[in-house]
Ligand binder design. Structure first.
Ligand code: ADP
Ligand code: MG
Length: 463
């Protein structure tokens, strides 16, 4: 049955290579790295893990992913069996972790006291400060809320929930809060943590029977900043823990800030009681930046580099890359790196076009699919057919979705008004303008409309 004779180590290595492309590194390190491959035959693979707890958590959460990867690696289905009692070379205990992190932060503290006044905070990038954050219409409210929460934690902006697509500055803002809080009050106990790390720390605490310490640590915080809470979805036990943590901090007026790629009510598999708590304070969205913000970000970012690009090149990048700030930064970096590698050769627009070819193509493709995609997404949402959206029927239940679709086409694509009109069954550009104005005005008056439009916007942008 075996075409090649696999020994278990080879099969495991191949499986790990596949997994690394599919899951985030942190999850891999935590859940797959410690596994010891023991044995394999035509039907089974035996994997060594530390204890019962690890095995059962693994089965509940990662068995499907592993089965699939194993199948890809060896070419046939394998049953997964665990053997207990295998410990990875060295597991740091929670105590050791705490000791070493307090040692290193003590070392960092003396170091920074001498050199710069900024505190160093575990898992936070020192450039993620409010000072380095460019404020535009798309993120102004999130920025104001975050800075207010940082300056008076536990006040009205509690909890603060910031959501939006990837690469738009959520992590940056969250970490900026950590710095700001510590700048104002160096004795404050602040923790920035990703939801993934929260999960791993929680599970470790159960494994090592140190749950009480984990709880006490979290509950002793003045400010808890949790990144990417959409990852709580479908993790029932973790949600229970999170719920208790939330209540305990909230009831003692401690500041909680959360980020996510969706509004609380859109996260499928998130318990209602958490949805309602996440919505207790302020919920605010960061949307994709308009050209002015994109240009301002590029201008600021290029200050970090010795090589300066001409303004027209910056404008070129800003006008062609609109989906995320991370991609914008990537483009700038590529041009700067090229110029520096070629003894500061001057970057012209054609050169930029050539160097960014792949990135620009991806952006253009995003846009190309999007008018049809928008029509389909909107039609699906309102239980209509695309045909209805394109047609001439005027009842409100069709006319309104049609206008929303035109509005979105205008917002998220670079098509001109006449092009959009054409794509909507040959309408003229005045109809599109009317739709855009009407939807915009409706969003200002009607919270439900605003939510629907922003949900659809994220859907069409693949967020
Ligand atoms: P998200 O968490 O929303 O995916 P990040 O916070 O990781 O996004 O931001 C991606 C990159 O873009 C980071 O390098 C960040 O510093 C930068 N960035 C995002 N928004 C801004 C902004 N408004 N001003 C300056 N840099 C920004
Ligand atoms: Mg992030």
């Amino acid at each position: 049955m075996l075409e090649e004779s696999y020994d278990v180590k080879k099969a495991w290595m191949k499986t790990c290579d596949i997994l690394k492309k599919q899951i985030c590194l942190e999850t891999f390190d935590h859940w797959f790295q410690p596994i010891v491959p023991v044995n394999i035959d035509d039907k089974n693979i035996v994997l060594g893990v530390s204890d019962d707890f690890f095995a059962s958590w693994f089965r509940d959460n990662y068995e499907d992913i592993l089965s699939e990867a194993l199948k890809k690696a060896v070419g046939y289905d394998l049953a997964i069996n665990f053997e207990l009692g295998y410990y990875p070379e060295e597991i740091e205990t929670a105590e050791e972790i705490e000791e070493s992190s307090s040692e290193s932060s003590a070392a960092n503290r003396t170091e920074t006291e001498r050199s710069a006044p900024e505190p160093t905070i575990p898992n936070c990038l020192s450039r993620h400060t409010f000072g380095n954050f460019v404020v535009g219409e798309e993120n102004r409210y999130a920025y104001t809320a975050a800075i207010t929460a940082a300056q008076s934690p536990g006040g009205v902006y509690n909890p603060l929930y910031i959501y939006g697509g990837t690469g738009l500055g959520k992590t940056h803002l969250l970490q900026a809060v950590a710095y700001e809080v510590l700048q104002k009050n160096p004795r404050a106990v602040v923790e920035y943590i990703t939801c993934e790390t929260f999960l791993n720390n929680y599970v470790d605490s159960l494994r090592m029977k140190k749950h009480a310490e984990f709880r006490n640590h979290i509950r002793g915080l003045d400010v808890l900043l949790v990144d990417d809470v959409h990852q709580l979805a479908n993790k029932t036990q973790l949600q229970e823990e999170f719920f208790n943590t939330f209540n305990s901090l909230y009831n003692s007026n401690k500041q909680i800030i959360l980020t996510s790629d969706k509004q609380p009510c859109e996260i499928q598999g998130l318990e209602d009681r958490l949805v309602s708590r996440f919505e207790w304070g302020i919920t605010t969205e960061i949307t994709t930046p308009e050209i002015e913000t994109r240009l301002a970000i590029l201008r600021m970012k290029q200050e970090e580099h010795l090589i300066k690009l001409d303004d027209e090149v910056l404008f070129f990048i800003a006008s062609r890359i609109s989906s995320s700030i991370r991609r914008l930064e990537g483009a700038l970096l590529r041009l700067v790196a090229f110029s520096s590698a070629m003894s500061n050769c001057k970057i012209t627009i054609p050169k930029a076009e050539e160097l960014l070819n792949k990135l620009l193509e991806e952006e253009a493709n995003n846009k190309k699919v999007s008018i049809e995609n928008i029509q389909k997404t909107v039609a699906d949402h309102f239980d209509l057919r695309v045909h209805d959206i394109l047609g001439n029927k005027r009842p409100k239940n069709i006319a309104e979705p049609r206008m929303i679709a035109m509005y979105l086409a205008r917002q998220v694509t670079d098509f001109s008004l006449p092009e959009i009109g054409m794509a909507f069954g040959g309408r003229n550009h005045a109809t599109v303008i009317h739709a855009v104005k009407k939807v915009k005005a409706d969003c200002e008056k009607n919270e439900n409309m605003k939510r629907t439009v922003s949900l659809l916007k994220r859907q069409v942008q693949g967020g």
